[in-house]
Design a protein around this ligand. Structure first.
Ligand code: ASP
Length: 330
């Protein structure tokens, strides 16, 4: 790396890039990557900009992100020291983890966005982008996979969650906290996280992974229906991994045919393995071939399962990779 880091900014749209579409109408993605970086004059980084997409976060797909990772790779091969992706916050928990599972390079790959659009008082986009650019250009951020930078905090893509609809402090890592911070323009990342597995999806594989949140009195019909139409299923269960006893036959039936992953709907903490022994408990479900998500939340578990299936993995490999990722915090 030369003395001035070169950082490529890929803009995908999202609130950070939104302005009112019609007088009196709502905001829509409009700003370019050049518009976004215009306020960063004076940052000691060489910036290059790429308009990749101009969409809300809700419009992003796995295919978009696979293509984006290819573009990031080309940018880094061409000399970028780090990359920033700006996008809608609605899907950052998932998109950043997709990128983390695809991106094998050492160069920092940093995702950010904004909770308040540029027309609002206290818009957070410029500060988030500035911090993200500093992180992407920092040697301290190398080798950490994909990072999410918001509110001057640096989060590992694997653990970060969006926990509020509108608060600028929405992004937190409930399991382990942020890896680092940006203060007075300096990037400090005292905590390291080991890289997770890297996944190479097959070129043509179309995969559908269902996600069911278990709710009071659930009878398993939704699981049965999804089992007919999906290649894999994530069950976001109660507490440490529990479902009503009436759901167990449906889950067992589906798990005999497809990978079914058991996560917790609580938002933090691991799925347990051996504490409870009644029908519908974690012991019961794991004994029926269901795979534990460990500490991965249901959205991250769905991303991991999707990419594993898209890479051609079978049930055994799915179980092995989840065992490796899910328990250890690595
Ligand atoms: N609320 C979203 C955002 O923060 C909208 C989106 O995801 O595009 O960008």
């Amino acid at each position: 790396m030369g003395s001035t880091a070169r950082v490529a900014v890929f803009s995908l749209g999202g609130t950070i890039a939104m302005t009112p579409g019609t007088p009196g109408g709502g905001v829509v993605p409009a700003l370019t990557a050049d518009d976004l970086v215009a306020g960063l004059a004076g940052v000691p980084v060489e910036l290059v900009t790429r308009d990749f997409l101009r969409v809300p976060g809700s419009a992003l797909t796995f295919a978009d992100l696979i293509e984006l990772e290819g573009a990031v790779r080309r940018e880094v091969d061409g000399g970028a020291d780090g990359v920033v992706v700006t996008q809608g916050t609605d899907t950052i928990e998932e998109s950043a983890y997709v990128l983390d599972l695809l991106w094998g390079g050492d160069a920092p790959l940093v995702v950010t966005g904004a909770m308040r659009n540029p027309a609002m008082a206290g818009a957070d986009g410029p500060a988030n982008l500035l911090a993200a650019v500093r992180v992407a250009g920092s040697p301290a951020a190398r080798g950490l996979g994909c990072l999410v930078v918001f509110n001057d905090q640096v989060h590992a893509a694997r653990w970060v969650r969006k926990t509020h609809t509108s608060n600028p402090a929405a992004f937190v890592s409930p399991e382990y906290g942020p890896l680092g911070h940006v203060a007075e323009g300096r990037v400090s990342i005292p905590l390291r996280t080991a890289r997770g597995p890297l996944i190479t999806p097959g070129p043509e594989r179309n995969v559908r992974v269902g996600l069911v949140t278990v709710a009071l009195g659930d009878d398993g019909e939704a699981v049965r229906a999804l089992g007919e139409r999906c290649d894999g299923l994530v069950v976001a269960a109660f507490g440490v991994g529990h479902v009503p006893a009436g759901m167990v036959p449906a889950i067992a039936e589906v798990a005999a045919r497809l990978p079914v992953v058991l996560a917790s709907r609580t938002g933090a903490g691991p799925v347990h393995e051996w504490t409870y022994g009644y029908a519908g408990s974690e012991r019961d479900l794991l004994g029926r071939g269901v795979v534990s998500a460990g500490r991965l939340d249901p959205l991250k578990a769905r991303v991991l399962l999707h990419l594993l299936l898209a890479s051609g993995a079978g049930v055994r490999q799915v179980a092995e990779v989840f065992a490796q990722v899910a328990g250890s915090g690595s």
